[in-house]
Write a protein that binds this ligand. Structure first.
Ligand SMILES: [Zn+2]
Length: 184
């Protein structure tokens, strides 16, 4: 007996019993992080992610970066950035374990710092062959535009990603969640 009809496999979420959808980590129906044994972690909403970004930039701007770095040192061991700590968001590894502080530092600071260093090195190398001060400033302007364009593209990736990951989340193997006992 052979069955020739095509088979469609729909993975059912074991929390909400609806289709788990195409994401690798979160259920598309109820947002639960499927590998979390406690079933306490849910994908942070896109609005709360954008809110945390805005808060982090606001705090950086208000404290000239220094207060933000001190705050990050306090909340990084809890898997949070200052903006995320205000909104109750946590950074976890894709195995649902809380991200260690070094991952939080890499994700929230190291990534942008590395991009900034690349931009400064490019400015130094290309600036060395610039023929005038005006040319140097045009170069500086376009490298700044490029830096911000890449940063926004990197962050905006979560808007269409099935697991709401940014590009730096994908590189570092991290997810952003909220805890069900802290849910609104
Ligand atoms: Zn579900």
């Amino acid at each position: 007996m052979s069955d020739t009809s095509p088979r469609v496999f729909v993975v059912e979420c074991d929390v909400c019993h609806r289709p788990a959808g195409p994401g690798a980590h979160f259920c598309a129906s109820c947002d639960v992080l499927s590998v979390d044994p406690d079933r306490m972690s849910y994908a942070a909403t896109r609005w709360s992610r954008l809110g945390a970004f805005a808060l982090d930039y606001l705090i950086i701007w208000l404290t000239l970066g220094i207060g933000w770095l001190v705050w990050l040192a306090i909340v990084a061991p809890r898997g949070q950035s200052p903006g995320k700590s205000l909104l109750g968001l946590y950074i976890v590894r894709t195995n649902a374990e809380q991200a260690p502080a070094r991952h939080v530092w890499l994700r929230e600071f190291g990534w942008d710092a590395a991009l900034g260093i690349v931009a400064v090195v490019l400015l130094a190398l290309l600036g060395a062959v610039a023929s005038s001060v005006g040319e140097f400033f045009i170069l500086w302007f376009w490298l700044t535009v490029l830096f911000w364009a890449f940063s926004f593209f990197d962050a905006a990736w979560l808007l269409w990603d099935r697991d709401r990951q940014t590009l730096h989340d994908k590189v570092l193997g991290t997810l952003v969640v909220e805890r069900s006992n802290e849910r609104r």
